[in-house]
Design a protein. Sequence first.
Length: 166
Amino acid sequence: MSFDNGDATDESGNGNHGKLDGALPTAGKVGCAMQFADYLKSWAGSLLRYCWSKRIPLLIRAMVLANKTLFVAGPPNLVDEEEAFDYSNEPDILEKLRQQDAALDVQHDALRKEFLTLLWAVSTSDCERLAEYNLDSLPVFDGMIAANNRLFVATKNGKLLCFDKQ
């Protein structure tokens, strides 16, 4: 669709014509284009509504929504980044950074046994923690899915964990 005719006619010959709802023809970089900005402005107040924000003490590696429960998993967040930046040469900050690095050391699960990997269930209405579970390995990045009242977590040690809804 080139929009050169001011409509959404499929010019490929396949007959997949579009319908313009609120878009206006305008000049483009090459030929004609469609402007959706005014249309989107009318929706701007209803597309997103700020609900809440809350710091949680996890470095989230995996997250999935199941109904009104958000599941997040990862190691504890041991370092306040702003403090670490301001005092990066202080011995206690260096120790916290060493511990954070060890907690994330996915190459050596045996070395990170002293650090927990946590799975939290939190409410989507206010981010209050509903449950907490310990995992024996970090989840793979984005390695969580919820389906049929079950939660599945793929971990860096090669396991697939399954949790049933109680």
